[in-house]
Design a protein around this ligand. Structure first.
Ligand code: KIV
Length: 263
């Protein structure tokens, strides 16, 4: 299994890092079989699996439930798990307690938290007690209401300066890698060059040290996807066709034929 040191080494060697966000046993198993470097149990589970508008309602217990399933599917892959909204922002003590609970109960290796300067002391405390932390700046979905929607961040010079500063502060606080979400490629490149730790981009262009996509997005399970998502499969269409075929065959008495029946 990879460790945080392997990710830092990958940056030094200019080897790209792959991460997939997913939430269950079978998809984690496929990610491990495919040789993906790292799995993220994202709180995007709230939107992708639970059908919610935002990630905000996701609970610690729900993350633990999904973390356990992913771990069973990918026992030999480095797994990062998101800390849900308000499970770390309230106090350093609460953050350490909740991160510890998540790692103890799921067997995942690291946590991811969103934000910059405002969470630096929380990161420091977690790292000091031995919890590997991944940062997340740019579009931080847990702050969707404060940001005024799911918008590309870092369009203005002021925003760019803030995102760069936040990334540097997080690095100093001890994160081992940082997700850069929905920022212009030029800004992501600049941050990647400034930092010693790897950047993992999503909607951040090709110059980051790694890339992360959500399993269900990249496999085309939804009709529409954001601009930055490459659909490696039209999974939704294929599954729908299979379901339609099952529906039709049962109704017409075609399935189950003798081949699928016991004597
Ligand atoms: O929750 C998630 O899946 C994420 C990725 C999109 C980076 O945070």
């Amino acid at each position: 299994m990879k460790t945080i040191l392997d990710f830092i080494e990958a940056k030094e060697k200019k080897e790209k890092i792959t991460m997939i966000s997913t939430y269950d046993y079978w998809s984690a198993m496929l990610c491990e079989q495919a040789g993906v470097d790292c799995i993220l149990v994202g709180d995007s589970v709230g939107m992708v699996i639970q059908g919610r508008e935002t990630t905000l309602p996701v609970t610690l217990d729900e993350m633990i439930y999904h973390g356990k399933a992913v771990k069973r599917g990918a026992p030999d892959t480095f797994i990062v798990i998101d800390m849900p909204f308000l499970s770390y922002q309230v106090s350093k003590e609460k953050a350490v307690e909740n991160a510890g609970k998540i790692l103890k109960e799921t067997g995942c290796q690291a946590v991811k938290i969103e934000g910059g300067e405002e969470i630096a002391s929380i990161v420091e405390r977690m790292v000091n007690v031995g919890i590997p932390v991944m940062g997340h700046v740019g579009l931080t979905p847990q702050s969707v209401h404060a940001l005024g929607g799911y918008k590309v961040q870092g369009r203005t010079e002021e925003q760019q300066k803030k995102i760069i500063k936040d990334a540097q502060i997080l690095q100093n606080a001890g994160v081992f890698a940082i997700v850069l979400e929905a920022v212009p490629s030029k800004l992501a490149k600049e941050i990647t060059e400034i930092l010693e730790i790897p950047t993992i981009g999503i909607g951040a262009g090709r110059e980051t040290d790694g890339q992360v996509l959500v399993f269900h997005d990249m496999l085309g399970f939804f009709e529409k996807s954001p601009k930055f998502v490459k659909r490696y499969l039209e999974g939704g269409k294929l599954i729908k066709e299979a379901l339609e075929q099952f529906n039709e065959e049962v109704k017409k008495g075609i399935y189950p034929s003798d081949e699928y029946s016991y004597e």
